[in-house]
Write a protein that binds this ligand. Structure first.
Ligand code: RNT
Ligand code: ZN
Length: 414
């Protein structure tokens, strides 16, 4: 009997069907962010320095992608090393406008033609994000909630341009394109007026999101604090929870955007009582919203286990959000993507009905014991089988592929 067959029998003893878990785990889409490849730089030509706008990639490991072709080349390398169904998640600053500089409020779907061609040829779909940061009109720390109506209007036009681009991507590729709106707005210290920016933000979003665009699904992402917005973030959790619910928009929960002991695992069963779906930004905070590479951690496992226990894995849109410029970026991608897929598989192998039954009968010690037991079942054998079936490297063998790519491709980038 192979190691996999033994593992299958162990899970079957607990009523868990490994075959269907593998099949479902491979089918769930993970949207891969483009911004790990180039440290959230994008391709815009800037005059002078850009405000970091609340987020920052640290490190200077060689091999950063410098243009669209290199980001797509990196995507291709990564896609060969990770199992399952994927999408690609772009930011507006990854528009390719040739030698001309095009304003953020003037970008259009044709500036993403190379992306669309690439996605079509790879059979993957695109998601999208307006870039409300790294721009002179974001340097005050406010965008859609800015006190100046002209600056607000600029960012509303940018958001609208992005929603139209998303609609174009959807038309070209089929299916929906999820557009996530995150703004850095907030202030560093002792904010006297926390009310006006929030009132303006409601109005700005109402204007920006009023029209429907075919194929474009909008989400809004909350945050606790950012670099330079430690005291006050306009788009807090309460703000966006209420906004999304009242305006029938998706809420985006980023794993790094809560208090350190607060996890999103407990939130999904509350939010999904009222919402059809939720967008997850799979990330890993370390002491703060540090966007570290996602690992197969307790937090990640708990989030996906919660979804599975509520039969809600198909109600979560899974998108990665991390950026580490201090290590091989292909490695960062592959570790984070594999960790996320592992957490999905792990959740699908959960003995949910037995756990529910034990808890219902008040057998809480037995429930705890079973949860502990599952932590040491031969999960690795099932994961390896999943990789083999997806025709990607099994176990640690992908590391050698990463090293070869580093030698052949990344080391040539200055
Ligand atoms: C920032 C948000 C946001 C960004 C990306 C680049 O705190 O998490 O999702 O990371 O849009
Ligand atoms: Zn995020």
């Amino acid at each position: 009997m192979s190691v996999f067959d033994q593992a299958k029998a162990v899970y079957a003893d607990w009523g868990v069907d490994v075959e269907s878990a593998i099949e479902s785990a491979l089918a769930i889409p993970i949207s891969i962010h483009c911004w790990q490849a180039d440290d959230v730089s994008g391709f815009e030509v800037h005059d002078g320095s850009m405000d970091s706008g609340g987020i920052m990639a640290t490190g200077n490991y060689p091999g950063r992608a410098r243009n669209g072709d290199e980001v797509r080349q990196d995507y291709d390398a990564v896609l060969g090393l990770v199992p399952g169904t994927h999408r690609a998640n772009l930011h507006a600053i990854y528009a390719e406008t040739g030698s001309s500089s095009v304003g953020r409020d003037e970008i259009a779907v044709e500036h993403f033609a190379s992306w669309i061609d690439w996605a079509k040829s790879r059979g993957i779909k695109l998601d999208f994000n307006p870039t409300y940061f790294a721009h002179p009109l974001a340097s005050s720390g406010y965008t859609l909630s800015h006190a100046d109506p002209e600056i607000r209007a600029f960012w509303i036009r940018h958001g609208l341009a992005c929603r139209k681009i998303a609609s174009g991507m959807s038309a070209a590729l089929g299916g929906e394109c999820v557009v996530n709106h995150w703004i850095p707005d907030g202030s560093k210290d002792a904010t006297a007026d926390r009310w006006s920016p929030r009132r303006r933000l409601v109005e700005a979003y109402d204007e920006l999101l009023r029209a429907e665009f075919d194929g474009c699904t909008d989400a809004v992402e909350s945050k606790l604090f950012g670099l330079g917005s430690e005291d006050y973030v306009v788009g807090s959790f309460e703000f966006y929870l209420s906004y999304a619910l009242s305006r029938k928009k998706l809420l985006c929960l980023d794993m790094g955007h809560f208090h350190p002991t607060e996890t999103i695992a407990d939130k999904v069963s509350a939010i999904l009582q009222f919402q059809d779906r939720v967008l997850l930004h799979t990330s890993r905070p370390m002491r703060w919203d540090s966007d570290h590479v996602v690992l197969f951690s307790d937090d990640l496992k708990a989030a996906f286990a919660e979804l599975k226990r509520g039969d809600a894995l198909n109600r979560a849109i899974i998108a990665l959000d991390f950026f580490d410029a201090s290590i091989n970026r292909i490695g960062a991608y592959v570790v984070g993507i594999r960790a996320t897929r592992k957490a999905i598989l792990n959740a699908l192998l959960d003995p949910t009905s037995t756990l529910h039954q034990l808890e219902g009968e008040g057998k809480n010690a037995q429930k705890l014991a079973l949860m502990e037991e599952f932590k040491t079942l031969p999960f690795g054998a099932v994961w390896d089988e999943l990789c083999a079936r997806a025709d990607v490297p099994v176990g640690k063998s992908w590391i050698a592929d990463m090293e070869t790519y580093e030698t052949n491709v990344l080391s040539g980038r200055s």
